[in-house]
Design a protein around this ligand. Structure first.
Ligand SMILES: Cc1ncc(COP(=O)(O)O)c(C=O)c1O
Length: 462
């Protein structure tokens, strides 16, 4: 049967009939991005959009970096791709050297993949294989945190703690346990210091390990600063130190998911640096290649590499595009640009400017509950009532309306719902490129305030 006769059979026109692409939603067809210049994207009608979220915390160098483009051109002219089952490449070797040289303590090797979800899958399988290599085959359970996000493939979704994302695929997911996130704004008790609160929630890990049976737990997975699902939630002091202690005590691997918060986003190259510990495995993606190419990686500690190298000598995994030469060349140029241009200093400076501007303009806004985050990774949680912290009715879809209103004004922000429990709560995430200046910050905040005004007026709330 031809396509023509297929479509002739459908009875009524559907909303996405104007495209052959199955876009993210069937209800609207997005404009076409035709050009990028610095922090701006231009559509086919010439309208410009200030990218205040790097897409999804990806585009850390903006959209037209000359060095990254040149590095990609040079690599493509040499060789674009050679399968990693046959060849390595200068780009892959040099990128691995660069990443290990700047990695948290104990990291010794890099396993390249093509994105964040693939990095999570590889880390989970590597954790499992590690225990087989060292003769602990009973270790199979993974513990993670509620409201976390580790990717959309089935393994990554299984450990992710966002109920809305998991719900309809639940029958397909592997078993994982979830403990509390560090959510100071909502969960720290009045009689607790941040440190006492951190200890209380970290100790939930010990309880979960003991409940499952200490010899059967393989890994704990956590984002050092939680991104997409809850809007730039940073840990309290001491939390990760206690987590590391518990993992060491019970022989459980610590997998840090820095897919979103890593590679400079929070002001240090790795978010975990600010916590004074390191993981056994650490996933990175997004900012690694700044969006110029799809690339992710797992940073692998010496202990895990040694177990595999001295054991089977073969990590039983693999993808067609792992270590893609053009992707590695783009990532290498991205990482060199961040270092050579000293961009992390600007991340810290503009991050402080951004939070100060948000506080000044919206700190007293009746529907702004919390402004949080680190570096150029900032979240604004919206509430219906600042006193009680009650969220908006989820059926209002406030976050989606803000995204639409901001986009209409030419601002890309990253709002999301289900902040509190996967259903209730709204937040907006900001993750602009590391190259922004004070004027850009002022524009972001003005446009965002304008979008809030538009939405709350339309809802009859302002
Ligand atoms: C913390 C975290 N882990 C994993 C992923 C999945 O990455 P990808 O969308 O590249 O598969 C994301 C994506 O947003 C993320 O934020």
């Amino acid at each position: 049967m031809t396509n023509a006769s297929n479509s002739a059979q459908s009875s009524a026109p559907v909303p996405n009939a104007g495209t052959r692409v199955l876009h993210r939603t069937s209800t609207s067809i997005p404009p076409r991005a035709v050009r990028g210049e610095g922090i701006y994207i231009f559509d086919q009608n010439g309208k410009s959009y200030l990218d205040a979220c790097g897409g999804a915390a990806v585009s850390c160098l903006g959209h037209s970096d000359p060095d990254v483009r040149a590095a990609m051109h040079a690599q493509i002219d040499q060789i674009a791709y050679a399968h990693s089952g046959f060849f390595s490449s200068d780009a892959m070797e040099e990128l691995a050297d660069e990443l290990v040289a700047s990695a948290p303590e104990g990291i010794d090797k890099v396993y390249f993949v093509s994105g964040g979800s693939e990095a999570t899958e590889a880390a989970l399988k590597m954790a499992r294989q590690y225990f087989l290599e060292i003769g602990q085959p009973d270790r199979k359970y993974v513990i993670a945190r509620r409201q976390s996000y580790h990717g959309n493939t089935l393994g990554a979704l299984s450990v992710g703690g966002n109920m809305w994302r998991r719900k309809q695929f639940e029958p397909l997911l592997i078993t994982a346990s979830h403990i509390a996130p560090v959510y100071q704004y909502r969960d720290q008790r009045d009689d607790e210091t941040p440190e006492a609160y951190g200890l209380r929630v970290a100790n939930e890990l010990e309880t979960a390990i003991l409940e499952l049976g200490a010899e059967s737990v393989a890994a704990f997975v956590a984002e050092p600063v939680v991104g997409a699902t809850v809007g730039a939630l940073a840990p309290v002091p001491g939390y990760f130190k206690r987590v590391r202690e518990i993992c060491d005590q019970y022989g459980v691997l610590l997998i840090l998911d820095e897919v979103m918060c890593g590679m400079g986003r929070t002001g240090t190259l790795h978010a975990i640096e600010q916590e004074g510990i390191s993981g056994d495995l650490q996933t990175i993606a997004k900012g690694l290649g700044a969006g110029y190419q799809p690339i992710g990686a797992v940073l692998v500690s010496k202990k895990i590499n040694d177990a595999i190298a001295n054991g089977s000598g073969f990590f039983q995994h693999g993808h067609t595009y792992q270590g893609h030469a053009t992707a590695c060349a783009a990532a290498l140029a991205t990482q060199r640009a961040i270092k050579e241009r000293n961009l992390l200093t600007n991340v810290v400076k503009q991050g402080e400017n951004l939070v100060a501007a948000l506080e000044a303009k919206l700190g007293q806004h009746p529907f702004v509950g919390d402004i949080r985050g680190r570096g150029l990774f900032r979240g604004v949680e919206l509430v219906a009532d600042r006193e009680t912290k009650d969220p908006f009715d989820p059926t209002l879809k406030i976050n989606a309306k803000i995204k639409k209103a901001a986009f209409a004004l030419g601002l890309m922000a990253y709002p999301m719902g289900g902040t509190i429990d996967g259903v209730r709560g709204d937040h907006v995430l900001f993750a602009p490129a590391f190259i922004i200046d004070e004027n850009d910050v002022a524009k972001i905040v003005d446009l965002f305030a304008g979008a809030l005004d538009d939405v709350f007026k339309a809802e009859g709330l302002a």
